[in-house]
Write a protein that binds this ligand. Sequence first.
Ligand SMILES: [Fe+2]
Length: 439
Amino acid sequence: MKRISRRDFARMGAAGIGTAALRSFAAEEMHMPEKPTGVPTMWIGAVTHDSGVLKAKLPPRAEARLLVAAHDAEPFIFTPEPLVEKSGTVRTFRLRGLAALTRYTCTLEVNGKPSSHPPASLRTFPTQGNATSFGFAFGSCARTGSEHPIFETIRKRDPAFFLHLGDLHYVNISRNEPHFFRAAWDTVLASTTQGALYRTVPLAYIWDDHDFGPNDSDARTPSRTAARHVYREYAPHYPLPAGDGDAAIYQAFSIGRARFILTDLRSERSAKSTRDGAAKTMLGAAQKEWFKRELAAAARSHAVVFWASSVPWIGAADHGDAWSGYADERREIAAFIAQNGIRNLVILCGDAHMLAADDGRNSDYTGVRGLRLPVLHGSPFDQGASLKGGPYSHGVHLPEPGEGCFGWVNVLDEGGGVRIEFTGCDEFGEVKVRMAFAV
Ligand SMILES: [Fe+2]
């Protein structure tokens, strides 16, 4: 008889909780539950060297102030922006004038009284352009409201930020109903392990199919407007070049000499059933123009550029949902990278429930050898295994039932070339896939 180890037991529990949460959420989508009330919840993101965005859930009409203090210094006091929605409960605090590389504690004051709920905290980034080493965590895909310990593992590692590449939940909303998206966010934020992570580590997040619409969703999903609207309400995001309202969510930010470009590969994409050709797109015309401009400029002005792609890049052309199903556009992007002499780009991918790494020997779609595009996969946080695309030069790890995975990247920058160290780990920190390279 196979002995059940502590690790297996923990994983069975994690899988059970995830499944139960998913089941209860499926029921909740039919009869929308009361939103959690009376519990101020905070989450942070869009951090730079001197600013950040803190979102807080508060009782309707509550008067609130946010006290932001470094060590024992006098706190900065911020008041929230006016509510976008009269009935809304998410307040946005824009923190400004902070010092670089400094840890701040953020305490709420509600209706004149200090809140007894746990404070949020954030550490600002190093100044843009300065050579600085840092580590960040990334990945995708967690069951709705997952309490998986993987989120605790990530938080304890104290990354500079947490990059979520989509499938924040699996509610698969196909109707244009903002309150479905709000309820999904509320369920995610109510998770103990995820809530603590988002309260203390800056979040950078783009969606994939299940948190934008139904499975394999694209620009035609009826939920598109609601998804875009609630993203702006709930996600602490960097400035959105597409603007406010019903528009795509692509964005970019810098930390030290690294640039991160986050694309929206769902809300502008054409149907996967479209015949491959110039009209078949994942990015849409406006985003593609922005992406190319951003890519070319970032590659010159930064030592390393990371492209956050919510779907896999590598794989033989097919009719699927990943880049392999949009092979003409993939070739166009690869050719642009090659023609512009971009040699410092790294692609981070989500969607596939696996850890994987490729050093660039399988990622060149220009037809002319010479492009070296490293590709990293750091998923799933809490989902069953799925193998997509490939091959991957440095291997693939598929999680066992209940096992959580994430990607960790060290950017080692002392002013010359930059060294990148990738490890794909489980919730115990055990390394399953690793790759290191210089750019
Ligand atoms: Fe997923």
